[in-house]
Ligand binder design. Structure first.
Ligand code: HEM
Length: 498
C-alpha cells in the first residue's frame, strides 16, 4: 500500500513541477532547463556562485535571444537582453515597472527608498531627491575635502612605515567617513579607531549571519518568506539612536547644513504626507524616527560600500595598466595647474580622461550587476507573444550587457577609450548602466561620482600604484558577497611620488 502513496506523491510532484516549468515554453520563450525546487539558481543557493554571475552566464549563453525565461525556485522571471526592450521597461513603460519587488525582512526600519513600492516610493523619492542637487553637492565639497586630507595622511603613514594594506578596506575608510559626514553631519575616525560603531555596523550589514543567509536562500524557493521573518534589532536600534541623537543635537538650531538629516527634520515637521497617482494609487507616509532611520540605513549602506569597491577596482586596473595611470596623472597635473594647484569641484569636471577611466572601471567591474523590476499589471511585451502576469519579476543583466562583445569589443581588456564620444555614439543606448536608468536609477549617482573622482584624483597626485607580489592578474569574485567583491581582496604596492 505504501508504494502506492509514494507513486501518487511522485506523480503529483511531477505534474506540479512540469506545469510550473512550462510557463515560458507556453510563450515560446527560450531558456535554460530548471531543476526542481531551485529552478536556475542551484549554484546560487549552494553559495557557489553569485546571483550576478549566474544571470550573466545565462545572458551570455542566449546571445541570439531578446528575452530569456528563467526560474527562481518555481517563480518565473524574465531576463531582458534587448536594449530596445530595456528602454521600454525602464523608461517608456516605467509606470508599469516602477517597483523592484525585492522582499526584505521585517523590522522597525524596513520602509526604505530601495525597497519601497507604489505611491510610497514616489513620495519618498520626490522628497529625498533634493539631497543630491548640484547646489547641495557643491556645499558638501569642503566636507569631502576634509575626508580626503585624512585619507591621504593615513596613506602617507602606511607608505612611510612600509605597512601593506588591502585597498578596498582602505578606500572604505574614506568613503565611510565621507557619507557619515555628508549625510549625518558627524565626524568619525575610521582610521585609528577601527572599533568605531559605524565600522562595526558596516560589518553587520554586509556580513549576514548564518540564519539570515539561510532565510535568503529559502526566499529563493518560497519568494516573500523573508517578509514574515523579523530581522535582528541591533541594526535598527543603531540607526534609530543615531537619528534621534542628531535630531536632538539640531533641535531649535538654524538649518545650516541642509544635508540629509536637515531635510528629514524639515519633513518630520510636516507630519504625514499623502499622495495619489493614477498608476501608483494612494498612500500616506508617516514621517517619524523609524522612517528617517530606514532612509539613513539605506544611504549609509548603499553609499560607501559601492564607491569604495569601485575606487579599489579602479586603482587595481591602473596598477596593471601603467600607461593609463601615467596619462591620468598627466591630466590631473595639467588641470590642477590651471586651478592654482587645487582640486576643486570645477576642476574635477574637466578631468575627462579620469572620467573615462571611472566609467570603464564600472563597465568591467559593475558593483551592482543586476537591475530588478516587477510588473505592476498584466502587460503585453511589445514585439513578442509574451503577456507578463501581474507581479512577474523582470531582470536586466548590467554586467552581461557591459561585457557583451557586440557592444564592447574585447570586453575583458581594460580600455577607457570605450568611452570616447565617437565610440559611445556607435553603441546602442542602455548597454552601459552601472547606476541603473530611468526614474528609479541610483539617487546617489552624482554624489558617488564626485566622491570617487575627487578621492582618486587627490590620491594619484601624491601616490602611484604598482602590482605587488600579492596582486592577482585575474580577480576572483566572492560568490557569497552581495555586491561585487574580490575574493582575495585587492593588494597593490603604493609608492609616494617624488
Ligand atoms: C559607485 C557607486 C554606486 C553604484 C555603482 C550604485 C549603483 C546603484 C544601482 C545599480 C541602483 C539600482 C538602480 C536601478 O534599479 O535602476 C542603485 C540604487 C540606489 N542607490 Fe546607488 N550606487 C552607488 C552609490 C550610491 C550612493 C553614494 C548612494 C547614497 C548616498 C546610493 C543610494 C542608492 C539608493 C537609495 C538607491 C535606490 C533608489 C530608488 O529606488 O529610488 N548609491 N544604485
Amino acid at each position: 500500500m505504501l508504494w502506492l502513496y509514494v507513486i501518487l506523491v511522485l506523480y503529483i510532484f511531477y505534474t506540479f513541477t512540469k506545469q510550473k516549468y512550462n510557463y515560458w515554453i507556453k510563450f515560446g520563450v527560450k531558456g535554460p532547463s530548471p531543476l526542481p525546487f531551485v529552478g536556475n539558481f542551484g549554484k546560487v543557493m549552494l553559495q557557489k556562485e553569485s546571483v550576478n554571475q549566474c544571470v550573466k552566464d545565462i545572458y551570455k549563453q542566449y546571445s541570439e535571444e531578446k528575452i530569456v525565461g528563467i526560474y527562481r525556485g518555481f517563480q518565473p522571471i524574465l531576463l531582458i537582453r534587448d536594449p530596445e526592450l530595456i528602454k521600454q521597461i525602464l523608461i517608456k513603460d516605467f509606470n508599469f515597472f516602477q517597483d523592484r519587488g525585492i522582499s526584505t525582512s521585517r523590522s522597525r526600519i524596513s520602509e526604505n527608498l530601495f525597497s519601497a513600492e507604489g505611491e510610497k516610493w514616489r513620495i519618498l523619492r520626490q522628497k529625498l531627491t533634493p539631497v543630491f542637487t548640484s547646489k547641495r553637492l557643491k556645499d558638501m565639497i569642503p566636507l569631502i575635502e576634509n575626508c580626503i586630507e585624512n585619507y591621504l595622511n593615513y596613506v602617507e603613514h602606511l607608505v612611510e612605515n612600509n605597512i601593506e594594506h588591502e585597498l578596498r578596506l582602505l578606500a572604505s575608510k574614506y568613503t565611510l567617513q565621507a557619507i557619515v559626514s555628508c549625510a549625518f553631519g558627524l565626524n568619525i575616525d575610521t582610521y585609528s579607531d577601527t572599533q568605531n560603531e559605524f565600522t562595526i555596523m558596516a560589518k553587520r550589514v554586509f556580513s549576514p549571519t548564518t540564519i539570515v543567509k539561510f532565510i535568503t536562500i529559502l526566499d529563493m524557493i518560497i519568494p516573500g518568506i523573508r517578509r514574515i521573518i523579523k530581522s535582528s534589532n541591533d541594526i535598527s536600534d543603531f540607526f534609530l539612536n543615531l537619528v534621534r541623537k542628531v535630531i536632538e543635537e539640531r533641535k531649535n538650531k538654524p538649518m545650516l547644513r541642509k544635508d540629509f538629516m536637515d531635510l528629514m527634520i524639515e519633513l518630520k515637521e510636516q507630519g504625514n504626507i499623502s499622495g495619489k497617482n493614477q498608476y501608483t494609487g494612494t498612500a500616506e507616509i508617516q514621517i517619524d524616527d523609524n522612517l528617517i532611520a530606514a532612509q539613513a540605513l539605506v544611504f549609509y549602506a548603499a553609499g560607501f560600500e559601492t564607491s569604495s569597491a569601485t575606487m579599489s577596482f579602479m586603482l587595481y586596473e591602473l596598477a596593471l595598466n601603467q600607461n593609463i595611470q601615467d596619462k591620468v596623472y598627466q591630466e590631473i597635473h595639467k588641470i590642477t595647474e590651471k586651478y592654482n594647484n587645487k582640486l576643486t569641484y570645477e576642476s574635477i569636471k574637466e578631468l575627462t580622461y579620469l572620467e573615462m577611466v571611472f566609467e570603464e572601471t564600472l563597465r568591467k567591474h559593475s558593483v551592482a550587476g543586476i537591475l530588478f523590476r516587477k510588473c505592476k499589471t498584466n502587460y503585453s511585451l511589445p514585439g513578442t507573444k509574451v503577456i507578463l502576469q501581474k507581479g512577474t519579476p523582470v531582470i536586466i543583466s548590467v554586467s552581461g550587457l557591459q561585457q557583451d562583445p557586440n557592444y564592447f569589443p574585447n570586453p575583458e581588456i581594460f580600455n577607457p577609450d570605450n568611452f570616447l564620444p565617437e565610440n559611445k555614439n556607435k553603441r546602442p543606448q542602455y548597454t552601459h548602466m552601472p547606476f541603473g536608468d530611468g526614474p528609479r536609477n541610483c539617487i546617489g549617482m552624482r554624489f558617488a561620482i564626485v566622491q570617487s573622482m575627487m578621492g582618486i584624483a587627490a590620491f594619484l597626485r601624491k601616490f602611484k600604484v604598482i602590482p605587488s607580489t600579492k596582486t592577482r592578474t585575474k580577480l576572483r569574485y566572492d560568490p557569497k558577497a552581495i555586491t561585487l567583491t574580490s575574493l582575495d581582496g585587492i593588494w597593490l604596492k603604493i609608492v609616494k611620488r617624488s
